[in-house]
Structures are given as C-alpha cells and as structure tokens.
Design a protein around this ligand. Structure first.
Ligand code: SF4
Length: 322
C-alpha cells in the first residue's frame, strides 16, 4: 500500500435482500482514501453513497449484505471481519461514522456531557474520574470552537446546527484517524452549513484527520473537499481533484451534475439531467448511465465500460477507451 493511502476499498460489491429480489446498491467499487485529505463522495439520492459508507465502516447488518471485495485500513483488512474486533479496535478510536441526521441521535433525557461520558467510558477501557472526563471533553469542545456551556444543556435546548456540531465533536472525541460523515449538512440553513464545513476543515488542519463527506450536493462539497469521487447507480464513475473535476469533468454524468449548479448572475434556465436513475433491482446493461447519456454510443448499451486512469484521475467511460 502506498504510504499516503490510509484506506483501500478493493472491488467492493454489496446490496440488500428485498422481497422483490436483490438490490445491487454498490457494484465493484475501487477507491483509495489518502491520509489527511477531505474526500467528497457525490451523487444523486439512492446512488449507493450511504451503503458504501456503511460497508467501509463495517456496519453490515441484514438486509445489507457484502457480496465481494475487502476494505483495508492501514494495510489491515477490516472488512470483512469480526464485529467484535471492529467494536474493540476500530470504531470510534480509529474510524468514526456520523450517520445521516446525526443531530437527532441524542437521548432527550440526557445532558450533552452524559453522552460524552458514556462514549468515553465505553471505549477508553480505563477508568477516568468525573473531573478528568470533564477536562478532556471541555478541551475538545473548546478546540473545535464550541461554547463549553453546551455540555450542560439537554439536546432540545440546542439548535439543529449546534446539535450537529456537537455530534461531530462526539464522533471525534477519541481522535479517530478517519471520519465518515453522511450528508452532514442536509436540513441545515446555508450559514449553518458553512459553520459545519469549517469544522471539518478544522479537524483536518489541526488534527490531521482524514475526512470522507458524502452528499448529493456537489456544489456544497466543492467548498471544502480536496478530491471528489462521483457515484452513479452504485458505481464510482469518476475520481479527481476538485479543481480538475470542476474545470474539466471527464464523465458525462459529472458534467451534467456540474452544469446543474446555478451560477451567480446567470439568468438562463438550468435544464438539469433528464431521465431517472435506474432501478437497481435490474440495472441497465453496459454502461449504467447510457439511457441518460448525451454521448451514448452503440457499445455503451451492452458492454460495461472499463475504468481508466488519466494522470491523477479515474474515469469509467467508453469515451476514454477504445
Ligand atoms: Fe455515456 Fe457511453 Fe460514457 Fe456511459 S460509457 S457515460 S453511455 S459515453
């Protein structure tokens, strides 16, 4: 494993058993996550982003099933593996996961400090006194720019944005190396979104954390990420630096996503991407994007495109391969 790769996702496929058949939510995903970067994973709702997050965290509970592939963290296979090992050695300490709507995870009957206490007592495996505990938590909260008064509040006394910031602080209290955050700014107003993104930037710059942000909003991701992986219908179709992706999107789906972002001062009507994402119970043959692609060729309809590397970028499309 190259020295700056902290996590390797090797040909991971997984999905859900449903009464109507197997839904292939993630198909043969291969992705390297680099130490200290903020990586964005972008794509429409239902494209498999959240499922991919669960799989790489190792949180694979029925009806979700891992079909093939593996995830390596610091050269060690963590998926598939025993959940007891993940609980003891990986979750919270090495890798943290902030699920969707994390601001709602708090127990309304407990103060914020109680949530930190519970987390530390469960995962530290050593006894700390109440005053030591408060010292650790206060320092962390202040380092992240949150007022220490939130610790004595009940969740309902805080705004949604503040609860989300506290959820991020809770997920990072044990200084994990990787933080996985699923739609961390959804349902928040634009100003609060900015504050949350700033918080992730702070975790990256002051604590050298590697952060993976999942969102349907590629524009929001562009404010903070170093690289973007674009997902379509369970597959990674393009990976590149934020600059390259926005200046010169290679994959037709990435191009359409970027075209759909409104530009300040522009009065023309934004068309957006036509058609619907495919039904993953029965995805289209060949390129999964072909029914919506403006560049579709005959072979796209029945032959799966290869994934090719172009300089530092990766793209899965027949336009770049013969
Ligand atoms: Fe479009 Fe073909 Fe490329 Fe798929 S492989 S994105 S259909 S050009």
């Amino acid at each position: 494993m190259s020295s700056n790769i902290i996590m390797k996702i090797n040909n991971v496929s997984g999905g859900y058993d449903t009464p109507r058949g197997f839904v292939s939510a993630v198909n043969n995903v291969k992705l390297d996550i680099l130490q200290g970067e903020i990586l964005g994973i972008a794509g429409e709702s239902g494209c498999g982003k959240s499922t991919l997050m669960k799989i790489i965290y190792g949180y694979i509970k029925p009806p979700l099933k891992l079909i093939s592939g593996e995830v390596l963290f610091e050269d060690k296979i963590i998926v598939p593996s025993d959940e007891k090992f993940l609980e003891r050695d990986i979750w919270w300490k090495k890798i943290s996961w902030i699920p969707q709507a994390a601001q709602n995870i708090f127990n309304p009957l407990k103060r914020i400090i109680d949530h930190f206490e519970e987390t530390l007592n469960t995962h530290l495996h050593k006894r700390v006194t109440k005053s030591e505990l408060r010292e650790i938590v206060e320092k962390h909260i202040i380092d992240l720019g949150l007022p220490k008064e939130v610790l004595d509040s009940y969740p309902h006394q805080l705004s949604g944005g503040m609860r989300q910031r506290v959820a991020i602080a809770l997920a990072t209290i044990l200084r994990p190396k990787i933080v996985l955050a699923d739609e961390p700014t959804s349902a928040l107003d634009v100003m609060t979104q900015k504050v949350i993104l700033h918080l992730f930037k702070k975790l990256q710059s002051t604590q050298n954390m590697t952060i993976v942000l999942v969102s349907h909003d590629i524009h929001m991701l562009s404010v903070v990420v170093d690289r973007i992986a674009v997902m379509y219908a369970g597959e990674i179709v393009e990976v590149g630096s934020i600059k390259d992706i926005f200046e010169n999107p290679l994959h037709p789906y990435t191009e359409a996503l970027i075209e759909s972002i409104p530009k300040i001062g522009e009065k023309k009507f934004i068309k957006g991407l036509g058609g619907q994402p495919p039904n993953l119970l029965n995805p289209p043959p060949g390129c999964r994007f072909h029914p919506r692609c403006r560049y579709v060729m005959e072979k796209c309809k029945n032959q799966e495109p290869p994934t090719v590397k172009i300089d530092d970028r990766i793209v899965k499309c027949w336009k770049y391969s013969s």
